[in-house]
Design a binder for this molecule. Structure first.
Ligand code: SF4
Ligand code: MG
Length: 316
């Protein structure tokens, strides 16, 4: 099938002084199929959120292409732009910060309905009630304010707001990172149920592999603005190829003994280098136990080292 989203060599660079550029997103390519979830992981500063925002158009790309439903989004005319804005929604990490505290929950959920003039009056009220029920809340909650809800409930409100305009694609930017572990599984299950019912596609961003494991069909690993590895969920967990992915995996509990045995015990040392002064060559070389001379000078080309398993590392 045709992918719903294709991005080609996408870059988002920020000029922060006359002589300084931060390459937050530096040449990322990927595709997402209809109904698919692509998990995206990396430490903070790896460019995951910037990538998500650039895809949905909250940020303008420096270069590269975002193709949605076969159309280059940069070439969209005004009317198509509105349709794109409706079709690509975003859910944020901190539902507290992203919900206007002065608005009632019903009006928050209806923001997109109003902006796109999808319903008014009684129809709008009914749509909001239906959305609240879809995300496991009560229709009466429409009249309350965000502060009256727990973190998990606020994230449900954020999800209802995104769903309200019937999007095809949602970027979920660390939607469970701020929640208690017990609540995380509930939100993941809700997103999976909604995906099955609506045929939604997700880019699901998190800072560790445990959080994306149960929702992703494929997983991408980013480091300092670049994609290090991209593979089917099962191959990534069974046979992580990139030393950085191996390090991320060794930091989370294995779910069974064979998984545990296959994982190399690589412990991540220190923090990632500053995006302000990125290293030459492979961005991971200063922390990589397998680094050789070539790694410090040449960025490895990405290649399909196994079927449907892409990696950027000189070891392959
Ligand atoms: Fe390590 Fe070299 Fe591979 Fe980078 S290219 S991950 S430094 S082995
Ligand atoms: Mg982020």
């Amino acid at each position: 099938p045709e992918p719903i989203l294709e991005i080609h060599e996408l870059r988002k660079h920020f000029q922060i002084a006359s002589d300084r550029v931060v390459k937050s997103v530096d040449g990322i390519s990927l595709t997402i199929q209809p109904g698919e979830t692509l998990g995206l992981v990396g430490e903070s500063g790896s460019g995951k959120s910037t990538l998500g925002k650039t895809i949905v158009g909250l940020l303008d790309a420096t270069s590269g292409k975002v193709v949605f439903n076969g159309k280059d989004t940069a070439l969209a005319r005004a009317k198509e732009k509105r349709e794109l804005n409706r079709n690509m929604q975003m859910i944020f990490q901190d539902p507290h910060a992203s919900l206007n505290p002065r608005l009632r929950v019903g009006d928050i959920i209806a923001e997109g309905i109003d902006a796109h003039r999808l319903a008014r009056g009684q129809a709008r009220k009914e749509r909001v009630a239906e959305l609240l029920e879809r995300v496991g809340l009560h229709p009466d909650h429409a009249l309350r304010f965000p502060h009256e809800f727990s973190g998990g409930q606020r994230q449900r409100i954020g999800i209802a707001r995104a769903l309200a305009v019937k999007p095809q694609f949602i970027v979920a930017d660390e939607p469970i990172s701020a929640l208690d572990v017990s609540i995380q599984a509930q939100i993941v299950n809700l997103l999976k149920d909604l995906q099955a019912e609506e045929g939604l596609s997700y880019l699901f961003i998190a800072h560790d592999l445990a959080m994306v494991k149960h929702i992703s069909d494929r997983i991408g690993v980013m480091y300092l603005g670049k994609m290090m590895e991209l593979a089917d969920r099962s191959s990534l967990f069974r046979e992580p190829l990139h030393p950085y992915t191996q390090a991320l995996l060794s930091a989370i509990p294995a779910s069974n003994p064979s998984e545990r045995r296959l994982r190399e015990r690589i412990v991540l040392q220190g923090d990632p280098p500053s995006p302000l002064s990125p290293p030459t060559g492979c961005p991971f070389h200063a922390r990589c136990p397998a680094a050789t001379d070539v790694c410090a000078h040449h960025m490895p080309e990405g290649k399909e080292a196994r079927p449907n398993h892409w990696v950027a590392c000189h070891l392959y």
